[in-house]
Design a protein around this ligand. Structure first.
Ligand code: UT7
Length: 325
């Protein structure tokens, strides 16, 4: 039996043109730049144009990642797209992206794990590759959260933004040596008992409406720091690594205070963290691939380095991935 590993050969991102600052938000809801920066680290976010959908964002991020990888869309045999804000109830947003990329073969499907979506999608794609069922995979995180925000609720509407990120995975033969590039492991968790801490109050089978995002922020915050540190320790242990082996933490970008709190618990210095939350806000499933693309393209993340990703979101669902870039 041949064994494969999933090497990231390209990454990319796309952010809508329109930028909304905290000051601009403060003109429509009772908030301030000072409060948002102090409590979250967010200064601005990108918001999709009226005619821009999640598949548009996903396609543009995918094209950027394909170009970075130097491969044609026709060589991709699987698209796994993580989103909580699909274009339509069905078909999958991934199928639309597949067609828009000109692909006529392979499989394309969506997965839904809210802010942990990218880690889940990466885990699924990695397993397809390890089993020899896919040779080149596009993993996309794409979101238009602006469509599900209650713009009168200051406790949530200031926190999110729109965007998409993508990576291209390539199946490379493995000889099991720890110095090889590729996804080393992924670790996925969920606990549905916490469903009501972060959810959308609408849906096909319940209200037949799209609904709006609702969150018990402080409770999610408390779960976040503990569960993220735990899943990181689980991932390190599985690979026989310590936090000193980690070159870059690329966390889900929900709140700088969560990232700082988790890093403190892990004893990880701030100069080894890729941060985008200030400029992107929380883009849910898109936040990690956007940050990976940024860190890779600006030269901080280099081939061979060890990258740790972690995320938590609605479900609650959380997870971590360790990648030798
Ligand atoms: O992506 C996945 C998961 N999501 C998260 O990870 C989010 C987790 N939670 C958080 O990031 C934080 O809990 C928030 C940023 C949502 C809130 O920060 P907090 O420090 O936990 O504030 P709080 O909710 O305890 O609110 C403190 C005060 C309240 O006023 P009172 O009751 O103390 O008078 C809120 O009404 O701040 C008020 N407040 C605001 N004030 C100005 C809430 N939102 C705002 C706002 N502007 N936008």
């Amino acid at each position: 039996m041949r064994l494969y590993r999933s090497v990231i050969i390209g990454s990319g991102g796309y952010l809508p043109e329109k930028v909304v600052t905290n000051e601009e938000l403060a003109s429509s809801v009772n908030t301030s730049d000072e409060w948002i920066v102090a409590r979250t680290g967010i200064r601005r976010r990108h918001i999709a144009a009226e005619n821009e959908t999640t598949s548009d964002l996903g396609r543009l991020a995918a094209l950027d990642a394909l170009s970075d990888a130097g491969v044609e869309a026709s060589s991709i045999d699987l698209i796994v797209l993580a989103t909580t804000t699909p274009d339509s109830t069905f078909p999958a947003t991934a199928a639309r992206v597949q067609a828009q990329l000109g692909m006529t073969k392979g499989a394309a499907f969506d997965i839904q794990a809210v802010c942990s979506g990218f880690i889940y999608a990466l885990g699924i794609a990695d397993n397809f590759i390890k089993l020899g069922q896919a040779g080149k995979v596009l993993v996309i995180g794409a979101e238009t959260y602006s469509r599900i925000l209650d713009w009168t609720d200051r406790s949530t509407c200031v926190l999110f933004g729109d965007g998409a990120g993508a990576v291209v995975l390539s199946a490379e033969p493995t000889n099991g040596e720890s110095s090889e590039r590729g996804v080393l492991s992924t670790h996925l968790h969920s606990d549905g008992r916490f469903y009501d801490l972060l959810y959308v109050d609408g849906g096909v089978s319940s209200t037949q409406t799209t609904g709006h995002l609702r969150m018990k922020g402080p409770e999610v915050f408390r779960h976040a720091v503990t569960k993220l540190a735990e899943v990181v320790w689980e991932a390190l242990k599985a690979n026989d690594l310590t936090i000193d082996d980690i070159d870059w933490l690329v966390p889900h970008q929900a709140n700088k205070r969560i990232i700082d709190g988790t890093a403190k618990k892990l004893d990880l210095p701030a100069d080894r963290i890729i941060l985008t939350v200030e400029d992107h806000a929380n883009t849910s499933a898109a936040s990690i691939p956007l940050a990976l693309a940024q860190g890779s393209k600006d030269g901080r993340i280099k081939p061979g380095q060890i990258v740790l990703c972690e995320a938590i979101g609605g479900g609650l669902s959380w997870g971590a991935a360790i990648i030798r870039w």
